[in-house]
Design a protein around this ligand. Structure first.
Ligand SMILES: Nc1nc2c(c(=O)[nH]1)N[C@H]1C(S)=C(S)[C@@H](COP(=O)(O)OP(=O)(O)OC[C@H]3O[C@@H](n4cnc5c(=O)[nH]c(N)nc54)[C@H](O)[C@@H]3O)O[C@H]1N2
Ligand SMILES: Nc1nc2c(c(=O)[nH]1)N[C@H]1C(S)=C(S)[C@@H](COP(=O)(O)OP(=O)(O)OC[C@H]3O[C@@H](n4cnc5c(=O)[nH]c(N)nc54)[C@H](O)[C@@H]3O)O[C@H]1N2
Ligand SMILES: [Mo]
Length: 764
């Protein structure tokens, strides 16, 4: 293999060789459709954006913790590890002594890299648990904030419904009709946390289409399905899917096509839901005409699909995107109700698969053996926040809020330790985020590169990139364990996350508990053991760690394609009820109704979007996942850079809208609303419905500072304009997917892109 060795990224497994300057990357030989995102790896190892030495914000070093507003272009002082780590240990210790571990936020959300040992979220949590007895944690994700709370209450565990349900094999063999709300863009299924050795979605869709399966795409964007699926595109006003779902349900109801036996035997609360469909209380029957007027989807489409759904093997899917919005619980629940009325839940290739196609984890068989996972230890702090409420927490310590039926109180945070995530990527309303960070005494960030989060820190600790160390790549839905071999020496003085935490633990007197006496290799062998043992118990090839490492990968057995919990529930609802209060699918939930939340009532409910386009904000901005990278990772890589327009993130809009605004292809545009603004590069496309602008996430925030509380981004980060508000009192999830904006051509002088330049660094 000419010196190529195995490695893994969230966007694919590969072999690579480094020649001191560039990485030559070859996709895993078994991958039929490798991700183009591999193209970001070749030139990043020695990019100028890498952090080469530990550094401290000059203001913090001189004035101590509590320096207030942090500017991204503040000066940093470079220091030696030996000098800085004792300061870090002392600073954390002081906060613990004054405020207890409750004063530290270790929520530290983010994807970091694929290896299971150096998984830095696990590392930072373990470190804080062991060294100071815990930290305020976060629960749930930016991905699935609303669905991960509503699904278990009304149907079943999130993981089971998204990842152990209908497989691509079933779609090919059995499905006639797919109603995909939010689509199944291949850009999204490129990604699987922990690595992916075979991208099967394109081939599966092509095969299913060849077998007669019809894919229906409800989305503002045509390319939420690949051409191979032959999908029929139904452009839909963003945020109006619930209306279409209710319209389909109402149509089934008035034509008597709904599956009464299924609803009687497997569901509870259909009477309440049916009364709502008929408009008994709100005087608004949820007719196809009503749904069409709200959503822009033609009446005939709704009428025909409602008929077809009940006559053929049909599958309803709902993308994560739909629930990353205010009232995001509703499309998830209304999708359940729609599939329940069609009566095919639990049948092969039929029913409801939440988020099928949103990642390369879905539609596959689970492994029947465990994958390596690092134990995080025990957190002594009870308080936590739903992950996307970080700014509310920092700005309102001591105030109360509702979450999933509980009265919660925001803690008073003094220090934040962030490793493996980028809040300037994932969080909404970046002006507000900066105000929230200003209340903190100290921010510590462990990073590979000078991301905006690193530049917002007081203490910056340079971590190796995955390519610079050894690890094990694995995902519960991928049939291969990958030996991730070291490809290059660390950039500058970067250290492995584990090494940094080990040294900090030593300084804090907790080294033994953190390391358990193991070095990184020792840990990998230790974490490999449960997998090896499970393989041996099943009589599978179960080599010892050294042999696995030598081979570079290991095959893992898959569990049967058995349809999971929905299939067993359908076969025998008495002995295998669903884990809901009624043991059934809840089309009315007494539990949720009793919470009394005005923004999440007891049955799937239509809420008009709070932010309706108006004369000041005539466009809906769709801030979806980027096609050319994973989130903000390696935005400076070649493939991501190849998509930029004069250095700015591409923003796609319909040619009609562009013409009305005098915007031409390749022009720089300014996207703005009352919260903020960013520049972007216009790309005209008739695959974007009129009235919509598509600016994906992930361009590194590159501020032009007007005053302390008002920055704009010259590069194209959509979170400058998104709204920082919970989905509802039930889940308090992230609402970043859609927002209303205006847009104009930008003819001013173009500020240079500085996002990837390190801040000014001075010696100690
Ligand atoms: N408007 C809007 N916002 C969104 C979304 C949206 O749809 N619209 N989507 C949301 C979703 S679904 C998600 S999951 C989030 C994602 O948000 P994040 O997960 O925070 O985004 P990433 O860019 O993956 O951040 C990972 C960071 O870890 C760093 N890193 C990588 N490897 C290592 C390592 O080994 N060690 C250390 N110390 N650091 C490392 C990378 O350099 C990078 O900065 O964004 C959310 N934000
Ligand atoms: N290439 C790439 N792939 C990724 C990621 C990445 O960063 N890059 N991130 C991964 C992660 S962490 C996650 S959580 C998943 C996210 O999975 P999703 O959240 O499902 O992905 P998105 O691309 O944000 O959204 C999917 C599509 O939904 C459509 N959409 C938006 N709003 C609406 C609406 O109101 N109605 C309808 N019908 N459609 C709407 C948009 O056109 C969008 O392209 O993707 C994963 N895959
Ligand atoms: Mo996500």
């Amino acid at each position: 293999m000419s010196g190529h060795v195995s490695h893994a990224a969230h966007w694919g497994t590969f072999t690579a060789r480094w020649d001191g300057e560039r990485l030559d990357v070859r996709p895993h030989p078994s991958d039929p459709d490798p991700s183009p995102i591999l193209g970001n790896l070749s030139d990043v190892l020695r990019h100028r954006a890498r952090i080469l030495k530990p550094a401290v914000r000059k203001g913090w070093l001189e004035k101590g913790p509590g320096s207030g507003h942090r500017r991204l272009d503040d000066v940093f002082v470079e220091m030696e590890w030996e000098d800085l780590l004792p300061i870090v240990a002392r600073t954390i210790g002081e906060v613990r002594d004054r405020h207890g571990p409750e004063g530290v936020y270790g929520g530290s959300y983010g994807w970091s890299s694929a290896g299971r040992f150096h998984h830095v979220q696990s590392q930072v949590h373990r470190f804080l648990n062991v060294s100071i007895g815990g930290y305020v944690r976060s629960v749930n994700s930016y991905s699935a904030g609303a669905s991960s709370v509503i699904l278990p209450r009304v149907m079943g565990p999130f993981e089971a419904l998204s990842r152990h349900n209908v497989t691509w094999d079933q779609v090919v063999a059995d499905t006639d009709l797919v109603l995909a709300f939010g689509g199944m863009a291949l850009k999204n299924s490129n990604i699987a946390r922990g690595g992916i050795t075979s991208h099967i979605e394109r081939g599966s869709m092509a095969q299913a289409a060849a077998c007669g399966c019809r894919f229906h795409l409800f989305s503002p964007l045509r390319d939420d399905f690949p051409p191979e699926a032959g999908a029929i595109w139904h452009p839909i006003n963003p945020g109006t899917d619930v209306a279409v779902m209710l319209g389909l349900c109402h149509m089934m109801l008035i034509e008597g096509r709904h599956d009464r036996d299924f609803l009687d035997r497997y569901c509870t609360g259909f009477d309440v839901f049916a009364a709502y469909l008929e408009g008994r209380d709100d005087k608004q029957p949820k007719t196809a005409q009503w749904a069409s007027a709200v959503s822009g989807v033609p009446v005939e489409t709704i009428v025909e699909l409602a008929r077809e759904m009940t006559q053929r093997r049909s599958l309803v899917t709902v993308a994560h995107a739909l629930q990353r919005a205010r009232f995001g619980e509703q499309p998830v629940w209304a999708g359940v109700a729609l599939a329940a009325m069609a009566g095919q839940i639990g049948l092969p290739g039929g029913g409801y698969n939440y988020a099928l196609g949103a990642m390369g984890h879905t539609g596959r068989r689970l492994n029947s053996v465990p994958i390596p996972t690092l134990s995080q230890g025990t957190n002594g702090v009870a308080n936590f926040i739903p992950v996307a409420r970080i700014c509310d927490m920092l700005l309102n310590p001591g105030s109360t809020y509702q979450f999933d039926g509980r009265d919660m109180t925001y803690p008073d945070i003094h220090l934040v330790y962030w490793a493996g995530g980028n809040p300037f990527h994932h969080h909404q309303d970046l002006n507000r985020l900066q105000q929230a960070f200003a209340v903190l005494e100290t921010i510590i960030v462990q990073e590979n590169a000078w991301t905006p989060m690193a530049r917002s820190a007081d203490i910056v600790l340079p971590a190796t990139m995955t390519l610079e160390r050894e690890d094990i790549g694995a995902a519960a839905t991928d049939p291969r364990l990958i030996a991730m071999k070291r490809l290059a020496p660390p950039a500058g003085a970067a250290r492995d996350d584990y090494e940094i935490f080990s040294e900090l633990s030593r300084l804090m007197g907790t080294e033994r508990a953190f390391t358990e006496g193991r070095d990184a290799r020792g840990w990998m062998a230790h974490l490999y053991e449960p997998t090896r043992k499970a393989l041996a118990d099943r009589g599978w090839d179960a080599p010892d760690f050294e042999e696995f490492w030598r081979r570079g990968e290991l095959a893992l057995p898959s569990a049967p394609d058995d349809g999971g919990l929905l299939r067993s529930f359908r076969c025998d609802p008495k002995t295998t009820p669903l884990p809901t209060p009624s043991g059934r699918i809840e089309l009315f939930s007494k539990t949720i109704a009793d919470f009394g939340y005005d923004d999440c009532p007891g049955h799937p409910t239509w809420f008009a979007p709070e932010d309706q386009p108006d004369s000041n904000h005539p466009f809906v901005l769709v801030a979806n996942q980027p096609a050319t990278r994973l989130h903000s990772q390696l935005d400076f890589g070649a493939y991501s850079q190849s998509s930029k327009v004069r250095g700015r993130e591409p923003a796609r809009l319909n040619p009609q809208d562009a013409a009305a605004r005098g915007i031409g292809d390749g022009d720089i545009i300014r996207i703005f609303n009352s919260r903020g603004a960013c520049l972007a590069g216009a790309v005209l496309s008739d695959g974007v419905m009129p009235g919509v602008i598509n600016l994906s996430t992930g361009a590194w925030f590159d501020p032009i500072e007007h005053d302390v509380n008002r920055t704009e981004c010259r590069h194209g980060n959509p979170n400058t304009v998104t709204r920082d508000v919970g989905t509802s009192k039930l889940a308090q999830g992230c609402s970043g997917q859609v927002t209303i904006v205006d847009v104009c051509r930008y003819d001013g002088p173009l500020p240079p892109i500085q996002a990837y330049d390190p801040p000014t660094l001075v010696g100690c």
